[in-house]
Write a protein that binds this ligand. Sequence first.
Ligand SMILES: C[S@@+](CC[C@H](N)C(=O)[O-])C[C@H]1O[C@@H](n2cnc3c(N)ncnc32)[C@H](O)[C@@H]1O
Length: 187
Amino acid sequence: MKYNLCLCNEVGGTTEEEQVALLNLVDNLKATEVLEIGTFRGHTAQAIAQNFPAVQVATVDLPPGLFPELPDIPCERPYYDIGKQRDVIVASNAKRFYHDSGLLNQAKLELFGWLGKFDLVFVDGGHSLAQVLNDSLVAVECVRSGGVIVWHDYGEPYLDTVCRVVNGLFAGAMQIPHTRLAWWRKP
Ligand SMILES: C[S@@+](CC[C@H](N)C(=O)[O-])C[C@H]1O[C@@H](n2cnc3c(N)ncnc32)[C@H](O)[C@@H]1O
């Protein structure tokens, strides 16, 4: 195995194949800046950071104790605070941001210096249609031209929101075989 993975055995985490695919993308893009929307315990952010010490990983999750502004899927609520209580991020090149992604408007992104900054944006936050749509549009703003957006939960049988947004808005997006990841390159 080329990589040192950081796997989470709980619902919502990335599988071995998914982490390898993401790490290969980071490598192929020669990425230096990665953004993840939806941190949970931080396994995927930690995996990227520990394999690529020169890459800065920013990862966004809800502030502790807060529910999202946009309509969410109520069954996801119990997970919001678990991730913060059982954080696995130890790499100094991965940084957690506490922010509702539904409130990441243009002015905030500009303030953070995130507009067009990232080589790779991994979208894996809330899964209601409104949240996936919002986070995808945030990702478009944050990824540089020629950079890549990756969505988790594409093709999940019980969840069609990611497929609806990706298929509806991102022409040319493709699923990575043997994963629930879809990717799209910004022109
Ligand atoms: C499926 S988990 C993320 C898993 C993580 N990407 C990984 O690979 O381990 C989804 C996360 O999205 C977060 N989330 C949900 N709604 C959000 C919002 N509006 N803003 C930021 N984070 C949100 C949840 O708190 C949860 O931790």
